[in-house]
Every structure is written in C-alpha cells, then in structure tokens.
Write a protein that binds this ligand. Structure first.
Ligand SMILES: Cc1ncc(COP(=O)(O)O)c(C=O)c1O
Length: 432
C-alpha cells in the first residue's frame, strides 16, 4: 500500500483551489495581468486594516520587506541592529544589505528575543548603559515572533523606548497572531506595535503566495521614506512570477509521488531547469546579494495571497488545534502549552529532544518529513557561518535549543489520523 507522506514544508497550505488558481493564472489570456492589476492594492488595503497601519506596501518577499523596512529608518549607515540569533540567514542578509550590522541576542523559552539578554547586550555594546537614554551605534531591534508565538512586546517595547531604539517587528511566522499591546491587559494583532513591521507570504509561511512580503508602517514619520521607496519599485520580473505560479503545480505533483523516487526527481529536475525557485538560494547562504533587488509584489501573487487570507482564521484555528493535540498526547518531550500562549498561531510546533537527527531520520523512514527550524544559530545549517557575524557562545540558550530542535507540522491539511501517526513516531523514538 502507498504510504501517505506528511510534509512540514513543501507548500503545506496549498489546497486544490490554490492549484486551480495557479493554473488559471498561467493561462495566456491572464498574462497581461500577471505583474500589474487590481489585487495588489486590495491586498495592501486588507493588511492595512488588519494591522491598523499608517501605510502598507506589498513586495516580492518577506526578506525584501525587511530590507526595505530597515532602509527606511533614519539611522546612519553601519548602525547596529539587535536581532535574535535563533533566526534565518535571510534576516541577517536584510540587515547587511540595508547597510547595517547585526548584534545577536539570546532567546527565551518561547524561542523569541529574551528581554533580559536584550538589556545585557545593550549595556555591553551600546555605549553608555540603558538608563542614559543614549545608545550610540545601536539603532533598532528586530522582534521576531518565532513559530507564530508572540514575543514579549510590552517589556521589549519599554526597553526600546528607554534606549531610543526603533522596533522592527518580524511577523514572517505570525500573521493573525495576537500579542500583548503597550497597554496592560490589552492585546493587538502582531505587527501593530512596531515602528515598522514586516510579513511574509512565502511558501512555508502562514498564508502562501509562494513568494511575497509586506511592509506595514505604524510610525507616521517612516511613512514618507517607505512611500517614496515604493514609488521607485517595479513588479517582479515576468519570469520570476511564472516560476512562482509553477511552484504549486510542481510541488503538488511531487507530493503525489513522494512515496516513490519520482517525487524527488520531479523536484530536482524542476529546480535544475529553473521551473521553480529555491526558498534560500546558495548565493543567499553565502550572503551574496542576488541579481534581483527589491520589487513590488506582482498582481498574480497578490491574487493567491488574497485567496489564502480568506482562509486565515480557519488555518490558524486548525494550527492551534494541532498544537493542543501534540501538547496533550506527547509523552516523551514537552513542547509549548498552547494555553500559556493564547495569542499564538503555531506555524510549526517546536519540540526539543536529545536525539533530533535520529528522530528526523526515523520519521522520514515512516513517511513523515519533520522540520528543523533552527538547528544552528542563523539557519539553515549549510549557510557560510563565517558570513553570519554570530560569535559562538554569545547566545547559549539559542545554541542549546539548536542542538535539540525538531518541528512538527500543524498545517491545515493534517487529519487526526496524521497527528496520531506523528505522535506515535515521536513517542517511540524521541529521547529526553
Ligand atoms: C524569521 C523570518 N523572517 C523573515 C523571513 C523572510 O521571509 P521570506 O521567505 O518571505 O523572504 C523568514 C523566512 O525565511 C523568516 O524565517
């Protein structure tokens, strides 16, 4: 009997309607509207209302959005941007390509920026100490809501205000999550508290347009520079747009045959022929700037994003249910308790085990492809570590989590039987 393969990555949100929409958008009579059309403005308007932002600008990817957000800050070139070390290379590239330098901060048990270490790092590297209100060199903090678990915005906000640091909220994993607001007892959509925030509509994110991102400006002083930068941008090239549209058909085909060598062959050949693009390119892993620069989100990608946004609440509810199932049924290793994170959406369910490699391997043998965000500081594991700027030993909690991490899928296509199968594998092979 064919084994049903369960994926954590590989376009996990894409359903039949997304496949049909991609194929429809590839039809020749749609070509005049591939890059420009009405959907971009609709998406920006939707996101503006959702976040309550002053301005939203949709661009080619989350990493482009981050670079654009950092470039809009009125800070001198070479400024220090504080960022958690439990992150992805594309975040660090965005800092560098905006002309700045990363300074790494450790994580707390929710895999987000640890406010205590943020204060330590400011004290040690930003000159005159946190009470003086002066932070020479340090200009901004990127606050990431990892796995869709909201960071401690109120405390981080206080620290940033006391030190004159801008907050750039990285909501790439967290669209639809709700975090504590600046006012005690109040909550707000993630992305509402930063001076400027970014979202991703990438293939493995909360909603997927295969590639896509958005800048949301909350601080009115930053709206001018972002508006100006947006006016200069062109939609992504037609070739890249077609690649993006081919992604769902190709991965759907590959997933159908993933139980046999044919599935992997489909992926490999499509990548080699550049029919589809990679999530993180070899150049990005080496911190080499790719040939494309920041672009506007093409109309076709905005169309896919809007269709997925309509399903956001259902997606996130089902993610929370999956997280609750794992929390209730895993006996060997404990992940986060959803009731302790009422605003989290759990893009993936993070778990620490003593033998992550063995668990990933055994799960794969049984048709379950788990995730490994993030098995090194500044992932993925094959980046050129010398280009990250991370100093080994500077974030011990991150490093200890890296050595033990696995992620379980939570995407909306999972059935209870799938969840049961995953739990059985983890309970059988994971060691504490
Ligand atoms: C934490 C974080 N921020 C930003 C991004 C960038 O998003 P995108 O893949 O849309 O460029 C990613 C994705 O890899 C991410 O993991």
């Amino acid at each position: 009997m064919k084994l049903k393969i369960i994926h954590t990555a590989l376009a996990p949100n894409a359903g039949w309607s997304d496949l049909a929409r991609s194929l429809h958008l590839l039809m020749p009579w749609q070509w005049p509207r591939l890059r420009r059309g009405p959907h971009l403005a609709r998406l920006e308007e939707h996101m503006k209302k959702r976040v309550g932002a002053e301005l939203t600008v949709a661009v080619g990817s989350g990493r482009e959005a981050l670079q654009m957000a950092l470039a809009a800050l009125p800070i001198p070139p070479g400024s220090i941007i504080l960022v958690q070390s439990f992150t992805c290379m594309v975040v660090i590239n965005a800092i560098r390509w905006a002309g700045h330098r990363p300074l790494f901060v450790d994580i707390d048990p929710s895999y987000n920026l640890d406010p205590a270490d943020l204060e330590n790092k400011i004290r040690a590297h930003c000159g005159t100490g946190i009470d003086s209100g002066v932070s020479p060199g340090c200009a901004a903090v990127i606050v990431q809501h990892t796995f869709g678990i909201p960071a401690r915005m109120r405390r981080i906000g206080e620290i940033c205000r006391n030190n004159g640091l801008y907050i750039v909220e990285d909501c790439a994993h967290a669209l639809g999550a709700v975090s504590e607001s600046g006012n005690p007892g109040e909550v707000a959509q993630v992305g509402a508290a930063g001076d400027i925030s970014i979202f991703s509509f990438g293939r493995s994110k909360v909603i997927s347009a295969v590639n896509g991102g958005l800048v949301a400006v909350n601080n009115p002083a930053l709206a001018g520079p972002v508006r100006l930068a947006a006016e200069m941008l062109q939609p992504a090239a037609r070739g890249r747009t077609v690649q993006n549209l081919l992604h769902i058909p190709v991965t759907s085909l590959a997933k159908t045959f993933y139980w046999s060598p044919l599935g992997k062959l489909v992926m490999l050949v499509s990548q080699k022929l550049h029919l589809i693009n990679l999530e993180v390119t070899p150049a990005e892993k080496q911190s080499r700037r790719p040939h494309y620069f920041i672009s506007r989100l093409p109309n076709a990608m905005a169309r896919l994003a809007l269709a997925q946004l309509a399903k956001l609440d259902r997606f996130n509810l089902s993610r929370r249910k999956a997280a609750q199932y794992y929390f209730d049924h895993l006996s060997v290793a404990a992940g986060p308790d959803p009731s302790a994170h009422p605003g989290a959406i759990f893009l993936r369910y993070p778990l620490q085990v003593a033998n992550p490699r063995q668990v990933l391997l055994q799960a794969k043998k049984q048709g379950v492809i788990l995730g490994d965000w993030y098995s090194v500081p500044v992932a993925p594991c094959d980046v050129d570590a010398s280009k990250t700027g991370y100093v080994p030993g500077s974030c011990p909690h991150c490093e200890s989590a890296n050595a033990r991490m696995i992620n379980l899928p939570t995407h909306p296509a999972l059935t209870t039987a799938d969840l049961r199968r995953i739990v059985k594998i983890i309970n059988q092979y994971a060691e504490n």
